[in-house]
Structure formats: structure tokens, C-alpha cells
Ligand binder design. Structure first.
Ligand code: ADP
Ligand code: MG
Length: 724
């Protein structure tokens, strides 16, 4: 049997790999954003007028006129070519979690056969990839498959370096011939605009006169696993699905917590340094890295940026991370649950909104005025999460994230808001009307002054909450590690836009009725707490009591799998929310439901099919070989008059037979397609098919603990997770 031979070889490769030397590290000042066509690079290469226009576009989102676009295109080409680029590409973000590119050369030949280069404003602005190859739900019939990419000048272009050259990458949106959003960037830009418009109304009513455009910000903490590439390539499941479909638990797991607190292994540290230098060149502000809880698990967190740029950077970060890991002999696993029984990976999306004049609206600030604005924006979030919690659950739904949500390691599949003791008390007091009114503004001194002492206590954390206030931002903690941050950001911006709009209406009426500003704010917040305060929860989100209380007493929805969560995308209230705010039309929203549901179905079918294949062609043969070896041994021992206890052989045979019976059932189950709705199909996969997959796995994992180690065909957990 090849098991022994190949596993020994894999172990040898993995254990003999040394940290990979890279070129001498350069100081930050030399490499920071050196491959980005940012404002500094533009100032050097653009005329004064063109630079002014570009700066305005980048900072406020104002449109760029064609003449200046022509100037920018020429300068961008010169800049990129001076860095060795011969090709350029629009990079865009289809409705998968991936990115897409279509590369074109700058080259043209003239009549004399000489190579010249060309890059016009129109090439910069518009591209036409083969649209039909991207999932689009029902949005575009394949016979009119035109999809366009269009330059997003608010996210800077950059150079992607490989060992043999460079390509100019131009962040872009992706839309259909008829103007529908086919990507994840357009809704993000629209949601930001909706939030800005509604926020502006509220701030005006609050008496602010100088109000810069409001923008959302995002800082994403990314968890991931690293294993030696030799293990990864020997496991069809890791290669094709990004997670191990089989694998008995390692005797040593994460029970000692020795990884989290331990030093970063040198090979990993060397990888991180190389990876982070690459990020710095691309202008991505990598800030924090450390070991995570599970063996082989790590985290990287860049400093926060404007949401649109952060979303592009987050996609780029995942690409660079996977490629750099490969160069260092690692396989980087971004899957939410690569190893059963071991902690999975998430992506905490830290989110705030603010502008240049009023600052961060989710920061309590230092004056009573600031605090009123802060409380209004916080109240808007509370209302939003209560009304649209199921939407927030839907935008993080995926076949892989289902493995985390609802388990006792990740935030639950019920959306609640954690405010921290201090802020929760403030809101409860407001609800109870406990801020006594007095004449001429005494109100604020007495009541809200406690907020002035508001302290950001990093220890004041509730790790079991899916949505937590953390001092000057909210942290959406249930997002999956492989997911784009765009969906969550769109949902948060849009629910905030809706709430701010509602608040503006209430505030206007309260002010018109003669209330002073703080009394008006308090009355609006009281209504919010009366109607939506149920979503505020500071206790243990993992506990069964909460699961019961949330649903039965507080009327919150528990949506344990994507089969329940994804249909929330096309709930009438959600359709109306997106339509009202102008973020997605009903057709665009339906297309997203179609695409994400299809992805869910395909992911589970792929796993089921691969399990059937691995069980039949790798695991069953290993069991049989072991049995035949045992039987041959028994035969030869019989000549010596020695008999062996055959209970192990019987157990192996029983497990192998039982496993193959489940294989037949799973084969039939995953081929079943006659469902009268997508939701029924998803439910069948989530429960029946996944149930069979778990059963199959249990038999295979039992065999792993009985079959001779040298005959087992797959790298084991105890090898993959601990060899560095
Ligand atoms: P922790 O692990 O304690 O949650 P980290 O320091 O690892 O915190 O990550 C916090 C993330 O939140 C970082 O990406 C940081 O830049 C980001 N962040 C900090 N302030 C804000 C803010 N106002 N808006 C959005 N993100 C923020
Ligand atoms: Mg965090």
C-alpha cells in the first residue's frame, strides 16, 4: 500500500523545510506604498488642475471629467511603465468572494512594425471582460452577456509584482449592459452614499452647519491557518474544498492553550515579515499579527481605512497571503472550519462612520454636543440591528461559515448588540426617562455628563456577542474568514442609512413641537429603546438560556444555517429597505439570493461527492489492505499454532462495511435535485446531506484510529497541525 511510503516522504519534506530567506528587508519609509499610484505619486506626475480634480474625486467621490481622465491615464501609464509594467488590468469583485482580472498589454504596433504603447482615458475608464463567465443570478441572459468594468477612481491603482514582471491593477466596478450591479463594489459605494445623505440630515437638524461627506470605515481582523504545503497537497479535501472532510482528532489539540500564548514559530515569522512587506508596498497598513487559539492558526489585522478602500485591500490581502504562503512552502487555509474539533477562523469587521468635520460619529467625544450626536448614531445602530438582524445574518451565510455560527466558539446565529455595561446603562436610563429635565440645559450637565468620563476599556469585551460596541466602533464578529467584507459593510451602512433617515423624521417633528435639542434627542432615543431595546444583550451569547430567551421572550430570530438565513435576503422588508435607500433594486437583490444559494448548493455537493470518492478510493482500500495483512499474518501464525485475537479485525470490517453503506446513501442523497424551491433544496443539504456526511466521517475517523499507521493514506491532524 502506498500509504506508508508517501506519508513518510511527506513528513520528511515538511520537517526539513527551513525558513525561506528573502531579500534584505528595507525600512518602511522606502517601501511604504511604493507600488501605489496614490495622491503623492499623482502630485508628482499630474498637472496642477488634473491633480486638483483627482484629489477631489478621491476625497469626495465627485465625478472626474473626460479631459482630466485622459491626463490621469497618460500619467498612470508612464508611472506604471517606469516600474516595469507592460500590462494593465481592471480588477473587479464579482458576486463570489473572489476577485477577477482581465489583463491587456499597453503594446500596439505601428505601420513600420515597431512596438509602441498606448493607454487612453477610455481604456482607463471602461473595460469589457467576458461577462458571461461570472455568476450573475438572473440578471443577465448569456446571449446578451455584456458586462462592463469601470474605473473606481476613489480606490488607488497599484502595481502587482511577480518574479517576472509587473501589472498595473485598476480597481473597478462591474456592471451589466443595462446598468445593474454585478459586483460587490457598486452596492458598497451606493450604501455609503445613502448613509451619507441620511447622516447629513440628522447632523443638520442637530444644528451642525459645516458637514463634510460622511464615510464608513473598516478595519478587518483576519484569522487563518498555515500548514506545510506537503500535507495540503496530499489531501484532496484540503486542495479542493479548503477543509478536511475526514480526520480523527489529534490527542493533543488546543487544550493547553500553548499556541495562543506561545512565541510565533520562526518559519511563520519569516513568512509574516515577507507578507507584510508586500502589503506595505501596496499601501496596506498591516498593523497587528499574532498566534490564534488553535494550533497552526494566526491573525493579521491592518489599520482601518475608508470602507471602499479597505474592502479592496482586504481582497488583495487574501490573495497576497495565499501566494506568499505558497512561496514559503505553506498552504494558507482561509476556510472557516478547516479542521473539525479545532477552532475555526473568522474575520472581525470593525466598522465606524465619520467625516472630517464632526469626526467619528461612534466616538463618545469630549463635549455634550458630541455626545448627543454619538448617542443618535448608536441608537440608529441599535434600531438597525433589531430590524435587520436577519439581513446581517444572511450576508455572512455560507456553507463554510455554517460550521462556526451556532457552535460554542463563534458568535451565535442570533444577532444581538453588545454595548458594554456603561453604555448599556446610559441607554437603559434614557429608556426609563431617568435623565431629569431642567431649565436651560441643566439636562446635559446632570445626565449626560457621565458619558464625558466614558472610558474605552479594552478589557470590557464580550467575545460571545456577534455585534459589539468596542469604544469607538462596532465590531461585527460573526463574519467568516474567507468572506469579502463588502456584504457586511453594505448591510451595516444600509441599515444605518435607514435608521438615520427615520431619526431625522422623528427629530424634525420633536423639534417642531417645541422641544429643545437634547429633549428631542432623548425622546427619539426613548422610542428606539422601547421598540428595539430587546436586541441589546450583554450576557453570554453561547449559553442555551440565551438561545431560548432570545427567541421566546425577545422575538429575535435564530437562523442556524444558510438554508434559513439566505431567504432573508428576499424578505419583503429587506427588499423594501434596499429599494428605499437606493442600494439595490429588487432585481439586483434577487440575483444575489440566486447566486449565493447556488454557491451554497455547489459547495455542499462538491464536499459530498469528494467524500464519496475519498471513502471509496482511499479509505476503504486502506482498511481492506490492513485486513488482508492481518489475515495473512493469522494464516502464517496458524502454522506455528498461534492464534490472534481477531476482535480488531472484526471491528475494522464492521466500520468499513458501515462506511460503505453510508457512501451509497450519500451518493443518492447528493444526486437528488427534484425540489420545488431553492429553499427546500438548501434545507435538504443543510440537514439530510450534511447529516449523512457526518455519519460517513464518523466511520472513516474510527477506521483511522484502528488501521495500521503506516497504511493510512492521508496526513493526520497530529501531523498537519503541529509541524512548523
Ligand atoms: P482586537 O483584537 O482587540 O479586537 P485589534 O487591535 O486586533 O483589536 O483590531 C482592531 C481593529 O479595529 C483594527 O483593524 C483597527 O484598525 C480597527 N479600528 C480601530 N478603530 C476603528 C474605527 N474607528 N473604525 C473602524 N475600525 C477601527
Ligand atoms: Mg477583534
Amino acid at each position: 500500500m502506498s500509504g506508508s511510503h508517501s506519508r513518510t516522504k511527506i513528513m520528511q519534506t515538511a520537517t526539513s523545510r527551513a525558513p525561506k530567506q528573502v531579500t534584505q528587508p528595507a525600512p518602511l519609509s522606502q517601501i511604504w506604498a511604493c507600488d501605489v499610484f496614490n495622491l503623492a505619486a499623482m502630485e508628482e506626475s499630474l498637472s496642477k488642475n488634473a491633480f486638483k480634480a483627482m484629489k477631489k474625486t478621491m476625497q469626495t467621490g465627485a465625478a472626474l471629467d473626460p479631459i482630466n481622465a485622459e491626463v490621469v491615464a497618460a500619467a498612470m501609464k508612464e508611472w506604471a511603465m517606469s516600474k516595469g509594467a507592460k500590462f494593465f488590468s481592471h480588477i473587479f469583485y464579482p458576486m463570489t468572494n473572489a476577485t477577477a482580472e482581465k489583463h491587456d498589454g499597453f503594446i500596439l504596433t505601428n505601420a513600420d512594425g515597431n512596438a509602441i504603447t498606448d493607454f487612453s482615458g477610455s481604456l482607463l475608464i471602461k473595460g469589457e471582460p467576458d461577462g458571461s463567465s461570472f455568476p450573475n443570478g438572473s440578471l443577465r441572459a448569456t446571449n446578451s452577456a455584456r458586462g462592463y468594468t469601470a474605473w473606481d477612481p476613489t480606490s488607488p491603482a497599484y502595481i502587482m509584482q511577480t518574479a517576472n514582471g509587473a501589472t498595473l491593477m485598476i480597481p473597478s466596478v462591474f456592471l451589466s449592459w443595462t446598468g445593474e450591479a454585478l459586483d460587490k463594489k457598486i452596492p458598497l459605494l451606493r450604501s455609503n452614499a445613502a448613509m451619507n445623505a441620511a447622516g447629513h440630515k440628522v447632523l443638520s437638524l442637530m444644528g451642525e452647519t459645516d458637514i463634510a461627506p460622511l464615510n464608513s470605515s473598516c478595519g478587518a481582523e483576519q484569522e487563518y491557518f498555515l500548514i506545510d504545503a506537503a500535507f495540503g497537497t496530499a489531501r484532496p479535501d484540503l486542495l479542493q474544498c479548503g477543509r478536511s472532510l475526514f480526520g480523527a482528532p489529534s490527542p493533543k489539540g488546543q487544550q493547553f492553550d500553548d499556541h495562543y500564548f506561545g512565541a510565533i514559530p520562526e518559519r511563520v515569522q519569516v513568512f509574516m515579515q515577507d507578507f507584510e512587506d508586500k502589503l506595505y508596498k501596496l499601501g496596506i497598513p498591516a498593523k497587528t499579527h499574532h498566534n490564534e487559539v488553535a494550533p497552526g492558526q494566526f491573525e493579521i489585522a491592518p489599520y482601518f481605512e475608508a470602507a471602499n478602500v479597505a474592502a479592496d485591500h482586504q481582497q488583495l490581502l487574501m490573495t497576497v497571503m495565499k501566494n506568499t504562503a505558497q512561496a514559503h512552502g505553506f498552504m494558507c487555509l482561509l476556510h472557516e472550519k478547516p479542521f473539525a474539533g479545532i477552532n475555526g477562523s473568522g474575520k472581525h469587521v470593525n466598522w465606524s462612520v465619520g467625516n472630517a468635520t464632526q469626526g467619528n460619529m461612534l466616538d463618545p467625544g469630549s463635549t455634550p454636543e458630541d455626545n448627543l450626536n454619538f448617542l443618535l448614531f448608536c441608537g440608529a445602530v441599535i434600531r438597525g440591528v433589531h430590524l435587520y438582524g436577519p439581513l446581517l445574518r444572511a450576508v455572512i451565510a455560507s456553507a463554510s461559515n455554517d460550521h462556526r455560527l451556532g457552535a460554542n466558539e463563534a458568535p451565535p446565529a442570533i444577532l444581538s448588540v453588545y454595548l458594554g455595561d456603561q453604555l448599556e446603562k446610559v441607554f437603559k436610563d434614557i429608556q426609563a426617562g431617568e435623565f431629569p429635565k431642567s431649565e436651560k440645559g441643566g439636562f446635559m450637565e446632570m445626565g449626560l455628563s457621565q458619558l464625558l468620563k466614558f472610558e474605552r476599556d479594552p478589557g470590557d469585551r464580550n467575545r460571545t456577542s456577534p455585534f459589539a460596541f468596542t469604544g469607538n466602533r462596532f465590531e461585527f464578529r460573526a463574519v467568516g474568514s474567507s468572506q469579502s467584507v463588502s456584504g457586511p459593510l453594505v448591510a451595516m451602512n444600509t441599515m444605518l442609512a435607514d435608521s438615520l433617515d427615520w431619526i431625522a423624521g422623528q427629530l424634525e417633528a420633536a423639534l417642531a413641537s417645541g422641544k429643545d435639542k437634547s429633549a428631542a434627542v432623548m425622546s427619539v432615543l426613548k422610542v428606539i429603546m422601547d421598540k428595539h431595546g430587546n436586541v441589546v444583550f450583554g450576557g453570554n451569547g453561547y449559553s442555551p438560556e440565551w438561545h431560548k430567551m432570545a427567541v421566546e421572550e425577545r422575538g429575535l430570530k435564530n437562523l442556524p444555517t444558510s438554508a434559513e438565513a439566505l431567504p432573508e435576503l428576499i424578505d419583503p422588508a429587506v427588499i423594501s429597505l434596499f429599494e428605499r435607500t437606493g442600494v439595490l433594486t429588487p432585481v439586483e437583490l434577487h440575483s444575489r439570493f440566486d447566486v449565493y444559494s447556488e454557491q451554497y448548493v455547489r459547495a455542499i455537493e462538491l464536499e459530498a461527492n469528494l467524500m464519496v470518492e475519498m471513502a471509496t478510493t482511499q479509505i476503504y482500500p486502506a482498511a481492506i489492505s490492513y485486513l488482508s495483512k492481518l489475515s495473512a499474518t493469522c494464516g502464517s501464525l496458524a502454522h506455528l499454532n498461534i492464534t490472534l485475537d481477531t476482535s480488531l479485525a472484526s471491528a475494522v470490517a464492521n466500520e468499513a462495511n458501515a462506511m460503505m453503506r453510508v457512501v451509497s446513501k450519500l451518493k443518492a442523497a447528493s444526486a437528488k435535485h427534484d425540489f420545488d424551491s431553492m429553499q427546500k433544496h438548501m434545507t435538504y443539504l443543510a440537514y439530510d446531506v450534511r447529516g449523512l456526511m457526518n455519519e460517513l466521517r464518523a466511520h472513516a475517523d474510527a477506521l483511522e484510529t484502528m488501521v495500521a499507521d503506516d497504511m493510512w493514506p492521508l496526513p493526520k491532524y497530529r501531523e498537519m497541525l503541529f509541524i512548523k
